[in-house]
Design a protein around this ligand. Sequence first.
Ligand code: OAD
Length: 234
Amino acid sequence: MCVLTGAGISAESGVPTFRGDNGLWKKFRPEELANFEAFIRNPELVWEWYNYRRQLIENVIPNPGHVALAQIEQMVQEFTLVTQNVDDLHRRAGSKRVLELHGNIQRSYCVDCGARDDRPDFTEERKIPRCRTCGGLIRPDVVWFGEMLPQEVFEEADAAARRCDLFLSVGTSSIVYPAASLPMVAKQSGAYVIEVNVERTDLSGRMDQTLIGKAGEILPLLAESMISNRRVQQ
Ligand code: OAD
């Protein structure tokens, strides 16, 4: 089994999604905040935005959708959770193996020497953190527009999509590639593909089933039915 999640799974925790009426990209311009040139032009502004999101994420907790996926991982022998989210909520809910396609907002690294520094040094005066090793700029460890996904992570996700017999696509608008290719890769390889979303997406017509509803309500039902099936089998 392979599961792909997007911002919608964290919506019920209070983390805003990117698209839709209340989405982040309605209020903020990705070209000013989520690409490398913008960062070099104005690192202070980009860090201000990421620090705001980091803080928001630190103050929320995983919801029943995240918890259900962690429970399912324990019941299924071969299970891969692939996420586009950078919020770490899957791990905080207990998921063990999480493939993060777009990085993790709690991590950061130096653009010059690559050294990792997850606790960048911010002070009242220092609004742009610098590398403790080489003095280079520290950036958030997230994938920005125009950047490549971490290759090994994507290859693992792609391999899991090709291998699985059931693929769930949860809370994603399915318009950002290559993540959005994974459900179709799974389908072409013979998997049954189910989408869970509060509304239909561009890919709904190509899914085997679209379950319309909140991830935090539908996924716990799926986990519960798997738990009772196991009880019957034992
Ligand atoms: P989007 O904001 O594009 O889409 C969120 C999806 O979640 C929408 O289809 C909503 O209908 C759905 N949704 C909202 N609440 C939900 C709920 N409670 N249960 C189920 N579904 C719900 O987010 P992503 O598809 O994750 O990339 O966006 C993909 C990428 O675009 C992000 O990773 C980010 C963004 O730009 C980068 O930053 C590189």
